[in-house]
Design a protein around this ligand. Structure first.
Ligand code: ADP
Length: 188
C-alpha cells in the first residue's frame, strides 16, 4: 500500500506517518527529514538546500524526485510506503505516479489532514516553547511555508480528487482519533 499524507506544515503528517510505520511497517518517506539529514551531515546536497529550508521555500522538484526514487527502491519499501511532505507540486505528483507506474504500483489513498491556520501557528509556538522547534519553526518562516503550501501544494488536491483518491480528515482531533480515522480509511 502506498499512501500520501497531505496537509499544511504542522498538520500532523509526521506524527501519523510514524504511527503507520510502527503499526503497519510502511516506511515514512519524509523529504523534509531527508533534506534535514543531508544538511546535518554537511553533504553537498545539504549545503545546496540549507538556505532554502531556512526560508521555507521549496527545493527544486528534481532534487526531491531523485531522493524519493532512490529511497523508494530500498528493500524496506517492498510493501509500499507513506509519503510525508511529498509531493508538494503538480510536477512532483506526476513524477511520483510515473515512478510508481514503472514499478506496477500506485497511490492507494491521499489522506488530507485539515487544520486551521491559527491552530498551526499555535502548534509551532508550542514547539518553540518546548524547545523542540526546527530552525524553520518561527512565526515568520511558518507564514512563508503556509503561503507556499496554498500556492504550490494545495492545488494538488484537485489533481488527486480527479483520481478519486482524496479522503479528508479532521487534523484538529486528538492524535489517537486521527490514527483511528486513518485506520478506517485503510480498512482495518
Ligand atoms: P513542514 O512541516 O513545513 O511540512 P517538511 O519537514 O515537510 O516541513 O519540509 C521542510 C522544508 O523542506 C520545506 O519547507 C521545503 O523547504 C523542503 N521540502 C521538503 N519536502 C519538499 C518537497 N517535496 N519539495 C520541495 N521542497 C521540500
Amino acid at each position: 500500500m502506498n499512501l500520501v499524507l497531505f496537509g499544511p506544515p504542522g498538520a500532523g503528517k509526521g506524527t501519523q506517518a510514524k504511527i503507520l510505520q510502527t503499526e503497519r511497517g510502511l516506511p515514512q518517506l519524509s523529504t523534509g527529514d531527508m533534506l534535514r539529514a543531508a544538511i546535518a551531515a554537511g553533504t553537498p546536497l545539504g549545503r545546496q538546500v540549507e538556505d532554502i529550508l531556512a526560508k521555507g521555500d521549496l527545493v527544486s522538484d528534481e532534487i526531491v524526485i531523485n531522493i524519493i526514487a532512490e529511497r523508494y527502491d530500498q528493500p524496506d519499501c517492498k510493501n509500499g510506503a507513506v509519503f510525508d511532505g511529498f509531493p508538494r507540486t503538480i510536477a512532483q505528483a506526476q513524477a511520483l505516479d510515473t515512478m510508481l507506474g514503472a514499478r506496477a504500483r500506485k497511490i492507494d489513498h491521499v489522506i488530507e489532514l485539515k487544520v486551521d491556520d491559527k491552530i498551526l501557528l499555535d502548534r509551532v509556538e508550542q514547539r518553540i516553547k518546548q524547545g523542540i522547534a526546527r530552525p524553520d519553526d518561527n512565526p515568520e518562516t511558518l507564514k512563508n511555508r503556509l503561503e507556499v503550501y496554498y500556492k504550490n501544494t494545495a492545488p494538488l488536491l484537485d489533481f488527486y480528487n480527479k483520481q478519486g483518491k482524496v479522503v479528508t480528515l479532521d487534523g484538529m482531533a486528538p492524535i489517537a482519533d486521527v490514527t483511528d480515522a486513518i485506520a478506517k480509511v485503510l480498512g482495518a
